[in-house]
Design a protein around this ligand. Structure first.
Ligand code: S3P
Length: 175
């Protein structure tokens, strides 16, 4: 083949409500590639939803499971990989992403403003970090993490107002 490095074709990062899962599936359709999502991997390993992991075991335990899921997926998943919004907080994950980028890997930051993210995240209880005041909590998370998303990414796509298929085209054009 063309000598592409092993591992994912593209890794998607960004805050909750940026469309990582839906855009991941749009890219998977477009490229006919398998799509993997570390939130789902963690839930499968733990045998329960993320909200229950936070309540029963705490965020540090969730982050440890998430780190393991990310490193495994970076090593073995040939396709599209969507990371949980906070996965980049772990130093091991940032180090593994640096290795992946150094081998030519693409990391896309799906950027989004609160106005567009809020309707996607505001009405369910599945994201423990947003409970109480989802809008304020989302804004605080995004403010703290934006520099990290920018640091790990090789491409940033502003998704406001775009349908998942349009974001997929923008990602493809930017790679
Ligand atoms: C989190 C985002 C969630 C999930 C967990 C923590 C975060 O994933 O991993 O609730 O810290 O931003 P999504 O980004 O897919 O919502």
């Amino acid at each position: 083949g063309a000598g592409r490095a092993p591992g994912p074709r593209v890794v998607l990062v960004g805050p909750p409500g940026s469309g990582k899962s839906t855009v991941g599936h749009a890219l998977g359709e477009r490229w006919q590639l398998a799509v993997r999502d570390t939130d789902a991997d963690v839930e499968r390993v733990a045998g329960k939803p993320i909200a229950e992991i936070f309540v029963d075991d705490g965020e540090p335990h969730f982050r440890a499971l998430e780190r393991d899921a990310v490193l495994a997926a970076l090593a073995e998943h040939d396709g599209v990989l969507a990371l949980g919004g906070g996965a980049v907080l772990h130093a091991d994950t940032r180090a593994a992403l640096a290795v992946y980028r150094a081998r030519g890997g693409a990391v896309v930051f799906l950027d989004v403003t609160l106005a567009h993210a809020a309707p996607r995240v505001g009405f369910n209880q599945s994201r423990p970090l947003l409970l109480g005041n989802p809008r304020a909590r989302w804004q605080a998370l995004m403010e703290a993490r934006r520099p990290v998303y920018e640091e790990v990414a090789t491409l940033r796509v502003l998704t406001d107002g775009l349908r998942p298929a349009d974001v997929a085209v923008a990602v493809e054009d930017g790679l």
